[in-house]
Design a protein around this ligand. Structure first.
Ligand code: PA5
Length: 429
């Protein structure tokens, strides 16, 4: 059972916060938006209740793990990489690409087209036992295809045509160049359902295959997400993820707070915040609308950005991702007890310090009249992460309706792509 809660008190009770009357006023629109989502056939709302993709992902992951794979390189970008990365960072060993406490190969992400990163991955990977997973819904994203071609060459040098055995495509099942290559070369392929957009695809094989390769419990992940969908279906506009859409929308449009900071007080959730930044930005930034998402990590960014959050322009909403029980704790040994500035730490624990600082930041922001809210996870488990990702997707989709934009397209990224295609000599551009 997922245990994730939402606390918006410091968005409504602080000076300059959203007033009850404003929430009452927007309520009919929010109810319509929730109803529209619940009655829609949007793929991302159906994913948690669909087990066949999890089964297919797990079966293939078992083959990969049982083959003695040492390295698994995921080539993908945007929605085809951020979700898988968020899952590994949250739920696998923090150094999952060096060692995994859940068994299986090292997992690497070839996302950017930076040759230094890709070269470094290939320095580490053992070619005879490396698998590549090419993830692209369109089947033609330049960055992904370039990374794939380099990794393919690396595998071909070691395995000849056997590279095909070590290759998995995750792509649109009906169309695209990757589908064409898979038909031609008999490469194993997992589908990205056509009615699921890239940034909403973390619970398709896009995220599920690497999760299962990393030894994560994909059933629990889906169960957490399914619980969220069930609760949204039951509670509609009363569900806190939906209420949050209205609050963030009002903070932007009625209060001029057009920066939404997601500050994760757990390194494990740092990539989740990065995933959310893409989800919110690419879904809502249209027609001159949308607030700017920004990711931060506590406590690290207390020593970097919190000064700005506390005393800078009143243009932000700070959302804290808080974890009650951390997967591991370390006691701080007693030492230098005669020194006031050091001795007091002994006997406490690292998790205690992290959580005290998290509370302290929320209290300080509130006392300074800086609107903030919190999403709290009992622990960073598959169920809770599944719930959280689904809830943030729901919130983004509902916010899209409130803003009056199509949350599921991204026309603004096409112009740059077309210029790149032309300069790189793609036929027809
Ligand atoms: O959310 C989206 O649709 C985008 O961010 C895509 O995921 C990204 O552009 C990569 O596209 P593709 O999966 O087609 O390679």
């Amino acid at each position: 059972m997922a245990e994730v809660s939402f606390d918006y008190r410091n968005l409504t009770e602080v000076e300059g916060g959203v007033r009850e009357a404003e929430l009452d006023e927007i309520k009919p629109r929010l109810e319509d938006a929730a109803k529209e989502l619940i009655e829609s056939d949007l793929g991302f709302m159906q994913l948690p209740g669909t087990t066949r993709y999890a089964e297919a992902s797990r079966a293939l992951a078992d083959d990969i793990r049982n083959s003695g794979a040492t390295d698994f390189i995921l080539c993908g970008i945007g929605g085809s990489a951020l979700g898988p990365m968020a899952l590994q960072k949250a739920l696998n060993h923090p150094y999952y690409n060096q060692l995994s406490d859940r068994g299986g190969p090292r997992i690497h992400f070839a996302e950017n087209t930076d040759p230094t990163t890709l070269g470094a991955i290939l320095d580490v990977a053992e070619p005879e036992s490396t698998w590549v997973n090419v993830v692209t819904k369109s089947g033609s994203t330049a960055e992904t295809m370039a990374n794939f071609l380099v990794v393919r060459g690396f595998l071909e040098d070691a395995l000849g045509d056997g590279y095909r055995e070590h290759t998995v495509f995750t792509t649109d099942p009906e169309e695209g160049f990757l589908k064409e290559i898979s038909d031609r070369e008999g490469i194993k392929t997992l589908p990205i359902q056509q009615n699921v957009g890239g940034r909403f695809s973390v619970l398709t094989p896009v995220g599920l295959l690497p999760a299962a390769v990393g030894g994560l419990d994909v059933d629990a992940l889906l169960a957490g997400a399914a619980q969220c969908v069930e609760e949204v279906n039951e509670r509609g506009a009363e569900h806190p993820a939906v209420v949050g859409a209205a609050l963030h929308y009002l903070m932007d449009t009625a209060r001029g707070r057009n920066v939404r900071v997601m500050m994760a007080y757990a390194d494990a959730l740092e990539r989740t915040a990065a995933w959310f930044v893409q989800l919110w930005a690419e879904s809502l930034g249209k027609d001159g609308k949308g607030s700017t998402p920004h990711a931060a990590v506590g406590t690290t960014d207390q020593h970097s950005q919190v000064q700005l959050f506390m005393e800078g322009p009143q243009d932000k909403v700070i959302e804290i991702l808080q974890v009650e029980n951390h997967p591991r704790d370390l006691e701080i040994p007693r030492a230098y007890e005669d020194l006031d500035g050091v001795g007091y730490l002994g006997g406490h624990t690292m998790a205690e310090l992290l959580n005290v600082e998290c509370d302290a930041t929320q209290k300080a922001l509130t006392e300074a009249g800086r609107p903030n809210c919190a999403i709290r996870l009992r622990e960073v488990s598959e169920e809770n992460v599944g719930y959280l990702l689904q809830a943030l997707e729901v919130q983004t989709a509902v916010a899209g309706t409130l803003y009056g934009v199509n949350a599921f397209n991204q026309p603004g990224v096409e112009a740059g792509k077309n210029i790149t295609y032309e300069r790189m000599g793609r036929p027809g551009y």
